[in-house]
Ligand binder design. Structure first.
Ligand code: C5P
Length: 237
């Protein structure tokens, strides 16, 4: 595989073209942002840890029949992925009230939901990722009804697989965000799964093991990412 020109630089990743037309190289940076870029910083070795955790989760999901963009991990900070035609939606799955849901519905953080919630947001930095429903998505033409149904079905499946797996690692899966894309007529899971886009709480102490430590200035941010990597793969870094 040959790395070619950078196509896009996001808040936490750089996407490069490769010599294969249908494959991209994702480079994971240590940069961290919160509040749609309002707060900026770096988390030491985050890029390495998030790449490894994402690869781990995608391999786990593939084994359970979920199609992902993951191809291989050529280096500690790089992931080779299939080139998807991204659906401009952020699919948030929730098991426990936290963050914006706790605020919006006036629920105490940590309130266990009686069933998982699926939320859809329009992926747009400019607009601050507004929440959408099926009517908006179809009226504006962001995705077909079939794609939305598939994205929700896959979101619920991924949630169930990850929740059960993490329970064994003494981690509660509070909520997380997924992104999907089209590939050869199918809806495939893309982006990443890491403490940057999931809320992970220690099952016993409810200690936060995710980016909320950075967002809320709770300290020991690197330690939380390291602890998640250790629980998943046994690796220290
Ligand atoms: O902020 P909120 O409570 O809506 O976030 C829900 C979940 O989605 C959290 O796990 C958060 O990390 C993730 N998220 C994300 N990217 C966004 C918005 C939310 O990864 N733009």
């Amino acid at each position: 595989m040959e790395k070619k020109e950078a196509l896009y630089e996001g808040k936490a990743k750089i996407i490069y073209a490769t010599d294969k037309a249908d494959e991209l190289l994702v480079y994971y940076k240590d940069d961290a942002t919160a509040g749609n870029g309002a707060k900026k910083g770096t988390i030491a070795d985050k890029g390495i840890m998030n790449n490894k955790m994402t690869a781990f989760f995608f391999e786990l999901l593939e084994k359970q029949g979920i199609k992902t963009h993951y191809v291989s991990m050529p280096s500690e900070r790089e992931m080779l992925v299939k080139k998807l035609d991204m659906i401009p939606l952020e699919v948030v799955m929730r098991n426990v009230a936290a963050g914006s849901l706790a605020e919006r519905l006036g629920l105490e953080e940590g309130t266990v939901l009686s069933k998982p919630i699926v939320e859809l947001y329009y992926k747009s930095d400019k607009l601050g990722d507004p929440m959408l429903n099926h009517y908006h998505i179809q009226a504006v033409g962001l995705a077909t009804p079939e794609e939305v149904a598939k994205v929700e079905e896959l979101g619920l499946k991924v949630n169930s697989i990850l929740k059960d797996f993490l329970k064994e690692k003494k981690v509660d899966l509070i909520d997380f965000k997924l992104e999907f894309g089209r590939y050869n007529g199918e809806v495939v899971l893309g982006d990443e799964i890491s403490p940057d886009n999931c809320r992970f709480w220690d099952s016993d102490t409810h200690e936060k093991l995710d980016k909320d430590r950075f967002r809320r200035d709770l300290g020991n941010v690197e330690g939380a990412y390291k602890e998640m990597l250790r629980r998943l793969t046994g690796e220290e870094r």
